[in-house]
Design a protein around this ligand. Structure first.
Ligand SMILES: *[C@@H]1O[C@H](CO)[C@@H](O)[C@H](O)[C@H]1NC(C)=O
Length: 120
């Protein structure tokens, strides 16, 4: 069981890195699908608290390293804000604490009222 979960997590990280690497090749902006794959391992912490999984931190780091333009930040911000709004019980304080916990500060905070078009 534990072994299966571990290899699944490793697979998710590899997949996430591949997706982001692929976006570098054609220099497209980050897609919401890429952002979602990276941050999905963080959802349980955002809802229930407890410990932040290493896969979640890896996703945060990969995502923060992938921001190249204001457009990347705006689209990721919109994606995170709109996706978070669909998750019952999400705790925005915990969402916004993840950058600090993972030692990879996020360039913006996300609340339901965040105006993502203001990011540069
Ligand atoms: C968000 O900010 C932009 C740029 O300042 C502004 O034009 C827009 O009206 C704002 N949107 C909302 C919903 O406040």
């Amino acid at each position: 069981m534990a072994k299966f979960a571990e290899s699944r997590m490793a697979f998710t990280v590899v997949l996430a890195c591949m997706l982001v690497a692929a976006s570098h090749v054609d220099s497209a902006t980050l897609t919401c699908a890429q952002v979602t794959v990276l941050l999905t391992p963080c959802i349980s912490y955002a809802v229930y608290g407890g410990t932040v999984s290493p896969v979640c931190c890896q996703g945060i780091k990969t995502l923060n390293a992938a921001y190249k333009t204001a457009e990347d930040r705006r689209s990721a911000c919109t994606c995170i804000r709109d996706t978070a709004a669909t998750i019952p019980g999400i705790n925005y304080e915990r969402v916004n604490a993840l950058g600090g916990i993972c030692n990879s500060p996020c360039p913006f905070k996300v609340y339901p009222s965040t105006n993502c078009s203001k990011l540069n």
